[in-house]
Design a binder for this molecule. Structure first.
Ligand code: HEC
Ligand code: HEC
Ligand code: HEC
Ligand code: HEC
Length: 138
């Protein structure tokens, strides 16, 4: 029992000693936290766009920049596994190339090149090509 209380106290202490950010102060920072949206497909994680859910992707409660691919891969598996989800059908002559294993970047393209979280996702390839990828969730 005491262990639980100690953990709770430490959690609370952590909340109140969270670093202040920039010039806009802590209240404004927390307002910004609450204003972040996450994708509908990630809401089931309890990632409702509030408080600690930020940690799921950013590895910190108070993120300031885009997350590292490693946090995506913690849940989505290896780059090989991600690439295997979108293998083009070899029998379909019009199949679009695998976005997760392309001739230019192999399997190494950063996830956030295409999958944004707080704004619409975009297919980076289409800055040069005209692929459709109808299953890409916006
Ligand atoms: C499901 C994963 C995920 C969750 C949960 C998440 N983020 Fe993000 N966050 C991203 C990704 C991906 C980016 C990269 C750019 C974008 O999507 O806007 C990002 C970018 C950011 C940035 C950098 C802003 C920028 O324009 O690049 C901030 C700040 C941020 N997130 C704050 C938060 C906060 C605060 C929370 C919790 C309320 C949160 N994020 C929850 C994935 C996530
Ligand atoms: C805490 C675990 C977790 C983290 C971290 C996470 N995801 Fe997810 N993601 C999920 C789950 C669970 C789903 C829903 C899976 C489903 O619907 O089959 C999902 C769904 C998705 C989908 C939609 C899949 C579809 O069905 O089209 C994409 C794209 C995605 N995540 C990309 C990312 C990216 C990029 C990051 C890193 C910024 C990330 N995820 C971080 C767990 C996570
Ligand atoms: C070059 C753009 C691009 C990059 C980079 C990218 N994706 Fe995707 N992703 C897509 C597109 C396009 C789709 C939809 C394609 C389809 O379903 O045929 C997709 C679909 C997905 C799906 C759903 C697959 C399914 O059918 O279940 C997941 C999960 C996903 N991406 C995760 C990731 C992760 C994790 C990373 C980083 C390792 C990543 N993606 C990097 C473009 C990209
Ligand atoms: C900066 C521009 C640019 C981007 C971004 C880009 N490509 Fe390309 N891509 C090209 C050019 C130019 C060629 C022709 C190269 C050649 O034929 O030697 C090409 C050729 C290809 C080809 C060979 C077949 C064809 O259509 O000509 C494939 C497949 C391809 N790209 C896939 C992708 C995928 C998948 C992405 C995103 C992950 C992507 N490209 C992103 C410029 C780009």
């Amino acid at each position: 029992m005491t262990k639980i209380w100690t953990a709770l106290l430490m959690l609370l202490a952590g909340m109140f000693t969270a670093p202040l950010f920039a010039a806009d102060g802590e209240a404004a920072f927390h307002q910004r936290l609450n204003d972040m949206n996450v994708k509908s497909y990630h809401q089931s994680l309890g990632a409702t766009g509030r408080d600690t859910s930020c940690q799921l992707c950013h590895g910190t409660k108070t993120p300031v920049s885009a997350p590292d691919d490693r946090t995506c891969l913690n849940c989505h598996g290896s780059r090989d596994q991600v690439a295997a989800l979108t293998l083009p059908d070899p029998k379909d002559k019009n199949a679009e190339p695998n976005p997760h294993d392309s001739m230019h970047y192999g399997k190494d393209a950063p996830c956030t090149m295409c999958h944004n979280e707080h704004r619409p996702s975009e297919i980076y390839c289409n800055s040069c090509h005209l692929f459709k990828y109808p299953n890409m969730k916006p």
